[in-house]
Design a protein around this ligand. Structure first.
Ligand SMILES: [Zn+2]
Length: 377
């Protein structure tokens, strides 16, 4: 392992960028199955050429999920990524894939087509050098991560349960840090019904749903506990029809983020225990916490230290960070599998028009990925 893989991949940089450009120029919004499947077929073909055993798992509504195996070994390491994006077909016309100031811009470059392309070049280097991983590598590329992995969550959980570790090739944090914890979260909806009445003639007969909701808005906000990493944000509020009508309906949508299982349970309990202040008002709580938190376990720490060691062999320093946003790493971690996230590109602007990756950082990231694939046991 004396080889400096960074300089090896440095030489391949033009080819790596070209390959990524091919991926990016095939737009893949989650809801466009046909478009997503087109790139899926290309990815399947590419990895098959490297000797991967590729399985396409058919989906009716979203793009087919891809599961691919590389190498042998009794135990498996799961590598997660997605190739759907949030941008509609046609975005490329206004946000073309382009190189500028040492960055490669384009929808899906950072989140997260680069991660998949990096793994391809890592595998290819392995093949060209006759190196084999200590464990079987199982790649799972899904197609609906951007909408919460509705059709792939169970598949990811099952695959994670079978795996010794999970590596997520989502982008790194802004400074290149790997992601060792992620908050979990979800959305609650609180609907309130009251009784309509004429605001002038029958004020006393009405049950004002907005007034009722107001009590709960403040209560819900107060469930926030910054120290525990828990936030609740009342994000929208609607209700009523006209100023002279006592409103019989009001509702609010609430964004929830939590950092631990206990907090997830606490919030779920508190939300279910909301009771009407006005005896004739009714409350309906919908939604809930759908993404479990990815906690920084001892297993995660061990994985991170291993990655850090691999980076040192390539003469650079890797750091770690806990982040607020979620990924499929949350599901893998919730299945009990030590999970390390953010192994993909360095860059910025996920889901935004300035989405890009830093070209200089590419060789080092692939080098660490390759070393992880080879040495994790
Ligand atoms: Zn992503």
């Amino acid at each position: 392992m004396e080889k400096n893989w960074t300089s090896y991949f440095q030489q391949q940089l033009p080819e790596i960028i070209e390959e990524l450009r091919t991926y990016v120029e095939m737009e893949t919004p989650t809801h466009n199955k046909q478009a997503v499947d087109r790139l899926g077929s290309l990815i399947a073909e590419r990895f098959r050429q490297l000797g991967c055993r590729v399985e396409s798992l058919p989906q009716e509504q979203y793009g087919n999920q891809l599961r691919m195996e590389y190498g042998d070994g009794d135990e498996q390491i799961l590598i997660l990524g997605h190739f759907d994006t949030v941008k509609e077909v046609g975005t490329l016309a206004v946000e073309p894939c382009r190189e500028e100031n040492g960055r490669l811009y384009g929808p899906g470059t950072y989140d997260m087509k680069a991660g998949i392309v990096f793994s391809y070049f890592a595998l290819r280097a392995m093949m060209e050098h006759n190196l084999s991983p200590k464990n079987k590598l199982v790649f799972f590329w899904n197609t609906d991560e951007e909408i919460g992995s509705v059709s792939s969550e169970m598949l990811i959980r099952e695959e994670a349960k079978r795996s010794k570790y999970a590596l997520v090739l989502e982008p790194a944090a802004g400074d290149g840090s790997l992601k060792t914890s992620r908050k979990g979260g979800g959305d609650f909806i609180l609907k309130v019904t009251g009784r309509a009445a004429h605001a002038g003639n029958d004020h006393a007969k009405g049950v004002n749903a907005i007034a009722e909701l107001a009590h709960h808005v403040l209560a819900i906000q107060s469930f926030t506990n910054y120290e525990a990493g828990t936030t609740l944000s009342v994000g929208t509020i609607t209700g009523g029809s006209a100023s002279n009508v006592v409103p019989d309906f009001a509702m609010t949508e609430i964004d929830v983020r939590i950092q631990s299982r206990e907090e997830s349970e606490r919030i779920t309990r508190l939300m279910s225990q909301l009771t009407p202040v006005h005896p004739e008002a009714k409350l309906f709580v919908e939604g809930g916490i759908t993404k479990p938190p990815m906690e920084r376990t001892a297993g995660t720490e061990k994985l991170f230290l291993h990655a850090q060691e691999q980076a040192r062999l390539e003469s650079f320093e890797l750091t770690e960070q806990g982040v607020g946003g979620t990924s499929d790493g949350n599901f893998a971690a919730d299945a009990g599998t030590p999970t390390l996230d953010g192994l993909g590109p360095v860059g910025d602007g996920a889901h935004a028009s300035h989405e890009h990756i830093v070209i200089d950082a590419i060789p080092g990231r692939i080098a660490v990925m390759l070393r992880m694939f080879l040495t994790l046991s």
